[in-house]
Each structure stands twice: as C-alpha cells, then as structure tokens.
Ligand binder design. Structure first.
Ligand code: ZN
Length: 289
C-alpha cells in the first residue's frame, strides 16, 4: 500500500494553469481524461474498480471543469456529477495503483472543496473559479481562496510492554475497533492535539509522542496525521461519549480476537490500518520513554 511518504506523481502544471487558453486546449486533447465525483464523494469507476477511460465532451467550462493536472503527460479533469458506475474511496484505494489512487483522492478533495466553497469565507461574496480549478477568486475582497484541509491526528498508543490500545466508538458496529483519532483544535499544535484527544477518550497520559506520516482523507476534507505515542500508565477510563470501550492488546491477543470474530480492524485504505500493521510487524518507530 502507498504510504503517502513519497513525491506525488501528478504534475499540477502550476506555471501553465493560469493560462485559460492552455487549459482549454488540454480539455480538447484526445488524451484527456474526465472523472466525476458525486455528492457522496464517490468517483466514476470503470469495470473492476479502475479509473475509467472517459474523455471530456462538450465545451470547456472553467467554472465546472477542474484540471487536476497531467498524469504521465495526460490531462486529467474532474467535475461534480454522476456516471453509471460510481465507487467509494474505500473501495478504490486498496485496489488502484499509486498514480490512480492519487488521482481519485485529489479528485474527491477538489470537488468537495468547490461544492462547499461557492462564497468567500471572509466577505460572503460569490467567488469564481480560476487557475484551471485550483483557486477561487473573490471579487469582493480581491483575494484568492485555496482548497483547505482539516488536520486530524490519529495515534497508535502503546504501553511499556508494547501492547496497543484499541477503542470502540459508540457509533460503530459491534466488534469494530481502531486506534484513537480526533480533529486538531484551533490554536493547537499537533502534539497538543495528540495528548488532548488521548486524554479525553481514554484517560491516559502520554510520556512521549512521535510523528510517523500523513495521509489525505477527503471525506469531506481531512488530512490525517499519524503518530505513535507511549502511555505513562495502563489504566483506561473511556469518555463514554465518543469511545464506548477500549483495551490493550498484545499482538497474539489481537490475532486471536480477530480469528474468533470478536474484533474487526479498519479497512486497508486507511492510515489506521497502516499504523496497526506496522505495530504488528514491529516496524512502527518506537516512541521514547
Ligand atoms: Zn471576499
């Protein structure tokens, strides 16, 4: 699985995309590809969960057709809408290759942002799409508005014996468990968010926190920042509001619970799955303390 730690494969065409004539010519290219993203954040999919070979058709409309960039030299556009076959990121991400996975995640993120950002967040004026779809311009305050991401932390908490903490959210089906996560609050560092969320949800204090890596999760617009942390103790007190119950697992206990059908872990598209897998195989960088 892609760990999102490498350079992206898509060329954003930063120096060319402000030229509307050039963008329109990309739309008309026989090589061009058009993806659609619906209101549920699903992407148009080809047979067998692939990126479909659909070419743009009709006249180019800068307000509706957004250029993601060039993928191996091929222009890729995205628009809000639906086709006959739509698939979720959860379905697509585990089966696509790195290049296509990057495309669909960026497609969903960009369309979600345009869909929710027609007005300027400062003065309320209606904004217009510029720069081939990566910017919205506000004529009211004469400022450019850029796509936003909401930072959220996700943390593999381990104890002194390298057991992993897994929690069950109130809203989840029985048996589903994962590591703890939460949004970064206003005026907070990522590390502060890790300490606060773990404290709120499990009652645990942390002796050390270490950054591991990040992953975009554009449903609707999160950027997941993964950490590993060492708990200062082992006594768990869940909040009962978000987390219903939580417990420590050794690797053997987790495998046995999964085999018995008592625990199901996050799908392989998520950074949660990656952090749990790295803890399992001993590859997760050990936090100090
Ligand atoms: Zn404005």
């Amino acid at each position: 699985m892609q760990n999102w730690g490498e350079a992206g494969l898509l060329d954003h065409c930063e120096s060319l995309r402000s030229d509307a004539t050039w963008v329109a010519a990309q739309w008309a290219s026989p090589q061009a590809l058009l993806l659609a993203v619906d209101e549920l954040g699903r992407v148009s999919a080809g047979e067998g969960l692939t990126v479909p070979e659909q070419s743009p058709h009709g006249a180019y409309d800068a307000q509706r057709h957004f250029l993601l960039g060039l993928a191996a030299g091929r222009p890729v556009f995205v628009q809000a809408g639906e086709t006959d076959a739509m698939a979720s990121l959860r379905e697509l991400m585990p089966v696509l290759d790195d290049a296509d996975r990057e495309l669909v995640v960026k497609a969903v993120a960009l369309v979600n942002w345009h869909r929710t950002s027609p007005h300027c967040s400062v003065c309320g004026s209606l904004t217009v799409v510029t720069s081939g779809g990566l910017v919205r311009y506000c004529g009211g305050c004469r400022r450019e508005r850029f796509p936003r991401s909401d930072p959220a932390i996700i943390v593999a908490v381990v104890d002194a014996d390298d057991r992993l903490l897994l929690g069950h959210q109130v809203a989840w089906p029985t048996g589903r468990m994962s590591i703890l996560a939460g949004f970064v609050s206003a005026g907070e560092s990522l590390e502060m968010a890790v300490h606060r969320e773990v404290g709120e949800e499990s009652g645990l204090r942390l002796s050390s926190v270490r950054y591991v890596g990040s992953q975009p999760w554009p449903l609707p617009r999160s950027l997941m920042l993964g950490f590993v942390a060492r708990a200062a103790g082992t006594r768990i007190e869940v909040d009962g509001v978000e987390i219903e119950h939580a417990r420590w697992f050794t690797r053997e206990e987790l495998t046995a619970a999964e085999d018995a059908g008592e625990v199901s872990l996050p799908g392989s598209a998520s950074i949660a799955s990656r952090l749990v897998a790295e803890w399992r195989s001993g590859e997760l960088p050990a936090p100090e303390g």
